[in-house]
Design a protein around this ligand. Structure first.
Ligand code: FES
Ligand SMILES: [Fe+2]
Length: 325
């Protein structure tokens, strides 16, 4: 599994709050705010060396470019000269040139050439940490860096699903994995034992449970007859989750959830699978296909407005972790 990263040198700043939104407004499922999390921006092969593009995380626009050394650079798109959109510029070697007056910036955001000045002015672009993992380009928008969680080292086969849209906010989409009480009504699953939910760190929650499909055809097709499923669902922030199934066999699924500009979620799954076992690839993807198909009509029509009751405790805990930034 290939993995590379780029570290920026500028001072970290709080880059993620929308200026017009009061700081006190809750983050959870709030389309007006963007949490300081990891976001998947698309497949790595979509951005070739020497090209630049723009991506949105909610209302926040990011210029993303790849220099001749292959490194992935994420920066604010407004040129610090007069504000031209740098994602309309050109990548030259390992720098990005603004189309308007040809100022040029390096991967650390420094202005290294300005034909309209005697010397390059001391202007900087805001830069964001990037990573390429599981065939996807990732950007981190947080104030204090935290690493993108790792998958299990033995699961070296990666299969990406096509990107798709969901109408619900990313926090509601990821929160679905913490909504224990919908497993029966929506997924026809029964819990087989105790449920545990721990907050691992300031931004992360881990839920563990064992469950079984009550419909026989789903048990047969997923290979879980007689064994049930051992499930761990771990979040990092509000837009990333890692599902780990250890029984009937080990596989993982990375859930990505990026807020769309117009509301809703752009999502893509990465299956992390045992190499050389296509039978297990099919069973793992079938299990998730069943679950996501069940959820789709709920998540495409919900107007999220929580009226919490005690059985919502785990989902409520997730919302508190998301809100605590
Ligand atoms: S606006 Fe970018 S160089 Fe002038
Ligand atoms: Fe669900």
């Amino acid at each position: 599994m290939s993995k590379s990263s780029y570290k920026y040198e500028g001072d970290p700043e709080d880059l993620v709050r929308t200026a017009s939104v009061p700081r006190g407004s809750p983050l959870f499922a709030n389309p007006a705010r963007v949490r300081g999390d990891w976001y998947a921006l698309g497949k790595s092969h979509q951005l070739k060396s020497g090209s630049v593009s723009s991506f949105f995380v909610g209302s926040k626009k990011i210029a993303l470019w790849r220099g001749s050394d292959g490194g992935l650079i994420a920066q604010d798109p407004a040129c610090p000269h007069t504000g031209a959109d740098l994602s309309q510029g050109q990548v030259i070697g390992n720098s990005l040139r603004c189309s308007f007056h040809h100022w040029r910036f390096d991967g650390g955001g420094r202005c290294i050439e300005a034909p309209t000045c005697e010397l390059p002015p001391d202007r900087r672009l805001r830069c964001y940490q990037t990573e390429e993992r599981w065939g996807l380009m990732w950007v981190f928008l947080g104030r204090t860096f935290r690493a993108l969680p790792d998958g299990h080292e033995s699961l070296t086969k990666v299969i990406l699903t096509p990107a798709r849209s969901i109408r619900a906010h990313p926090h509601v989409v990821i929160g679905n994995g913490f909504d224990i009480s919908h497993l029966g009504p929506v997924h026809r699953m029964e819990l087989l034992g105790e449920v545990s939910c721990e907050q691992d760190h300031e931004h992360g929650l881990t839920l563990k449970y064992e469950a079984q499909f009550t419909q026989r055809y789903k048990r047969v097709l997923t290979g879980s007859t007689g064994k049930g499923l051992s499930v761990t669902f771990m979040s990092d922030g509000g837009s990333f989750a890692l599902l780990t199934v250890t029984k009937p066999f080990l596989f993982q699924t990375v859930f990505t959830a990026r807020p769309k500009t117009t509301g809703g979620t752009d999502t893509q799954l990465a299956f992390l699978l045992p190499p050389g076992r296509p039978d297990r690839w099919i069973r793992a993807m079938l299990a998730l296909t069943f679950l996501l198909a069940d959820d789709k009509k709920i998540l495409d029509t919900i107007e999220f407005s929580p009226g919490w009751v005690p059985s919502d405790a785990v989902l409520r805990k997730f919302s508190r972790v998301v809100n605590s930034e």
